[in-house]
Ligand binder design. Structure first.
Ligand SMILES: CC(C)(COP(=O)(O)OP(=O)(O)OC[C@H]1O[C@@H](n2cnc3c(N)ncnc32)[C@H](O)[C@@H]1OP(=O)(O)O)[C@@H](O)C(=O)NCCC(=O)NCCS
Length: 178
C-alpha cells in the first residue's frame, strides 16, 4: 500500500463515508480546532500536535507521516506517526484525534487501519501508543484496546502529579520472541 495514496472507505457503522489522504498545510487550522475541541489536551500539547503536523506536511516521511479523514473536503480527523529512531522497525503513533461531533462513527478506526497498513508497507513491525491514565482518557484507552492494542507498561507520575503514562503496543508482524 502506498502511504500517500488516498482512499474512500465507509465507516464502521456504515454512516460515515470519509476520504483518507495526506493532509496539506492549509488543514492546520482544522487540526487545531479538532485537537482543542476534544477537550483532553493542554495548550502545550496542542502546540506539540501542531508542530508534529507541520513536520509531517512539510516533509512527509522524513520524521513524521500524517493522514487526514475528510468529509466533503473538510478535515474531520487526523493521525500522525513515524519511525522511532534507534529501534529496528518500531513506529510511534504520535497523535490521533477525531472531531468530537462525530466520535463513535468509525473514523478513528479507519485512521488507525491506514496508519498500520502504511507502517507495515514501510517495513514497520511494532506500533507504540502512549496515552494518559486520567479518567477523561478512559474512552481513548478503550479505543486502543478495542483495536487490539495491549497495555504493556505504566509510568506513574509521568505527565503530571497523579497522571501516569500508559503504553500500548501492537505487533504487526508476528515475533518469534512472543
Ligand atoms: C480516540 C478517538 C480518536 C477515537 O475515534 P472515533 O472515531 O470516535 O473511534 P471509532 O468510532 O473509530 O471507534 C473504534 C472502536 O473503538 C471503540 N470506542 C471508541 N470510542 C469508545 C468509547 N468512548 N468507549 C468505548 N469504546 C470506544 C468503538 O466501540 C469502536 O469499536 P467497534 O468498531 O468495534 O464498534 C476519538 O475519541 C478522539 O479524538 N478522542 C480524543 C483525542 C484522543 O484522546 N486522542 C488520543 C490521544 S493519545
Amino acid at each position: 500500500m502506498n502511504a500517500n495514496a488516498g482512499s474512500t472507505v465507509e465507516g464502521a457503522l456504515g454512516a460515515e463515508r470519509v476520504t483518507l489522504r495526506v493532509p496539506r498545510a492549509d488543514d492546520r487550522a482544522r487540526v487545531r480546532t479538532i485537537v482543542e475541541a476534544t477537550g483532553v489536551f493542554r495548550p502545550d500539547e496542542v502546540a506539540i500536535a501542531l508542530e508534529v503536523f507541520d513536520g509531517a506536511v512539510a516533509a512527509p516521511g522524513r520524521d513524521y507521516w500524517a493522514v487526514g479523514a475528510y468529509q466533503d473536503s473538510q478535515l474531520v480527523g487526523f493521525a500522525t506517526y513515524g519511525p522511532v529512531p534507534c529501534t529496528v522497525a518500531t513506529w510511534d503513533l504520535y497523535w490521533i484525534a477525531v472531531d468530537p461531533a462525530i466520535h463513535g462513527a468509525g473514523i478513528g478506526r479507519q485512521l488507525m487501519a491506514h496508519c498500520e497498513a502504511a507502517i507495515l508497507a514501510e517495513g514497520g513491525r511494532l506500533v507504540v501508543v502512549e496515552t494518559s491514565s486520567r479518567g477523561d482518557y478512559g474512552p481513548t484507552r478503550a479505543f486502543y484496546r478495542r483495536l487490539g492494542y495491549r497495555e504493556q507498561a505504566t509510568v506513574p507520575e509521568y505527565y503530571a502529579p497523579g497522571d501516569a503514562l500508559v503504553v500500548y503496543t501492537k505487533l504487526l508482524v508476528p515475533s518469534a520472541h512472543g
